[in-house]
Design a protein around this ligand. Sequence first.
Ligand code: NDP
Ligand code: 2IT
Length: 447
Amino acid sequence: MELTNEYLLGIQKKVEQKNPAEVEFHQAAKEVLMSLQPVVEKDPKYIESGVIERIIEPERQIMFRVPWVDDSGKIQVNRGFRVQFNSAIGPYKGGLRFHPTVNLGVIKFLGFEQIFKNSLTTLPMGGGKGGSDFDPKGKSEGEIMRFCQSFMTELYRHIGPDTDVPAGDINVGGREIGYMFGQYKRITNTFAGVLTGKGLTFGGSLARTEATGYGLCYFTENMLQANGKSFKGQTVVISGSGNVAIYAHQKATELGAKVVAMCDSNGYVYDKNGIDLAAIKQIKEVERKRIKEYLNYHPDAEYHEGCKGIWTIPCDIALPSATQNEIDEESAKALAANGCYCVSEGSNMSSTPEAIEVYFANKMLYGPAKAANAGGVAVSGLEMSQNSERLSWTFEEVDNKLKAIMKDIFENCDEKSKAYGMPGNYMAGANIAGFLKVADAMIAQGN
Ligand code: NDP
Ligand code: 2IT
């Protein structure tokens, strides 16, 4: 697929000029603009209203200093971000990422994609994203806590349960959300549903921890079944070994698949007998150690330095669940050559544009992140509902709603891909379906 429409090309050019060096944002914008070609060709309203120029410009971008005191008494400084991208269909909603690679372009790509993802969930949530270039690796518990408190000491003035509701992302899980929630509560003297992914004793939703990984497998199972396949008996490779990867492993296994490889940023493990999830959980969730430790549990497994090699392991289904652009053209070709017929994205923008071309050229099933990983934010939306009514639902209730939402997302992507002449292109389907709802709301609201 190429971006050839003159009008949309003009928008892409402007995005690149106005946001220099924000390469991830350019990439995310281009993919959406490409998908919208049949939409503007079918209905000139989307050109005349200028809604695409509007949706591509964040409503508000906040950058701030985060000073914190390390264990040696020295003051460290990081940069904090919150990009409030779009509030047409609900309060800004999206995660916070703490990683040394975080910059404005990364947060903007994530915030932009979040608009369409949140729209797909059917729940009333706008799009936003935030985070910091703080690196939690090697930091003490006290340092993590002081950083989170300092981060919230600035962020609190920009968020609120009806304004902007952050959650977790890379390196932001239950622990960090707890510290940030505590600081928000202290500063504002309110106990509010201002963050999701909270602890279960203070307003968190059951099944939020599992939601992204489970949702990824529910979406993928729907996509597989619509194409005469299923997880049953399939060999699966999952990158990452964090929140998304762990619960994707759990659900894929429950659905009858065998997960043979996982990784962290140092390297990957291959266990032909199937990766032992209890060992991974112990290493990653309890001890917060490196995946290499897996060999202490299963000395017969293989460990390889570097993450890229994970895509050379033969599999039927790949679920990238670590970070953006983790599958490039070469890796996509390796997957295809080894018989992989389905790539479904747990991580945001897992695949480079060249990798996506390889999937289409090889007629592989491709589940794009903004549809496939929407289960996390969907259950965040359900957490907001429970907080508002001051009630909590059972695990089963939440899980059933998640299942229904992921099925609906798949069907919506499938239907839009057909309606706009690109059957089976769920990337275009997701972008179009996500866009139409938000764009119509923006046009109706005049902003
Ligand atoms: P975690 O921090 O729990 O886990 C991230 C995993 O990916 C770790 O194994 C980490 O390894 C690895 N990783 C992170 N950055 C890199 C990198 N630059 N290179 C190689 N490996 C890397 O995060 P999550 O599981 O929450 O998030 C994973 C992905 O899923 C992200 O893309 C996130 O945006 C996306 N996502 C998350 C949702 C959620 O609800 N949490 C919802 C939807 C999408 P290491 O420990 O060595 O850093
Ligand atoms: O990328 C994502 O959708 C997330 N990190 C989850 C966002 C949320 O608000 O739950």
